[in-house]
Design a protein around this ligand. Structure first.
Ligand SMILES: [Zn+2]
Length: 170
């Protein structure tokens, strides 16, 4: 009967070795022969322990680089922090891209923009919850550009903004 077949199908596994620690472990096989050929050919398998170690090393490296640019450690579960640190890196790349793509007609304009970027990054430095970064992961260059424009406009209106009270409504 049909149910028995699906049960045996799921039990199909293939033994591979972790490329890092050489520990053998089993991976599930697919139903299609084509996909299983790919499984048999694949050389770079990593066991769960090595995968976990790799990701925590990667997170630590990312967090270290971010700390060098003045970003604090994040709060949250290990999994959330690891994701948030990756998002923060990608978001900083967007900021960098935007900053490099801007053209200015005057030095005054250039200076205002540079200050707006500083203020913007300062805002981001205050978000220490991993959740905030995860919630804002879809923020794109256009969103960032919009905020930079707002900050620049505020500065043009009030040349010496009150420090310590950003984000307050007028
Ligand atoms: Zn391993």
């Amino acid at each position: 009967m049909a149910p028995l077949i699906s049960m045996t199908r799921n039990a199909q596994t293939y033994e591979v070795k972790c490329r890092t620690c050489r520990t053998p472990f089993k991976v599930a096989l697919f139903e299609s022969h084509e996909q299983n050929l790919f499984v048999a050919d694949k050389k770079d398998w990593y066991c769960d322990a090595c995968k976990k170690a790799y990701f925590s090393r990667q997170t630590a490296e990312r967090a270290g680089r971010q700390q060098d640019s003045g970003f604090p450690d994040l709060n949250g579960t290990e999994k959330m922090i690891s994701w948030a640190v990756k998002i923060r890196e990608e978001m900083m790349q967007k900021v960098d891209y935007l900053q490099k793509s801007l053209k200015f007609t005057s030095d005054a304009e250039k200076e205002i923009s540079a200050k707006a970027f500083e203020m913007f990054i300062d805002e981001w430095r205050r978000f220490t919850d991993a959740k905030w970064w995860i919630d804002h992961r879809t923020m794109n260059v256009r969103d960032i550009s919009q905020r930079i424009k707002e900050l620049s406009a505020d500065m043009k209106e009030a040349p010496s903004p009150q420090k310590g009270a950003p984000g307050q409504p007028d």
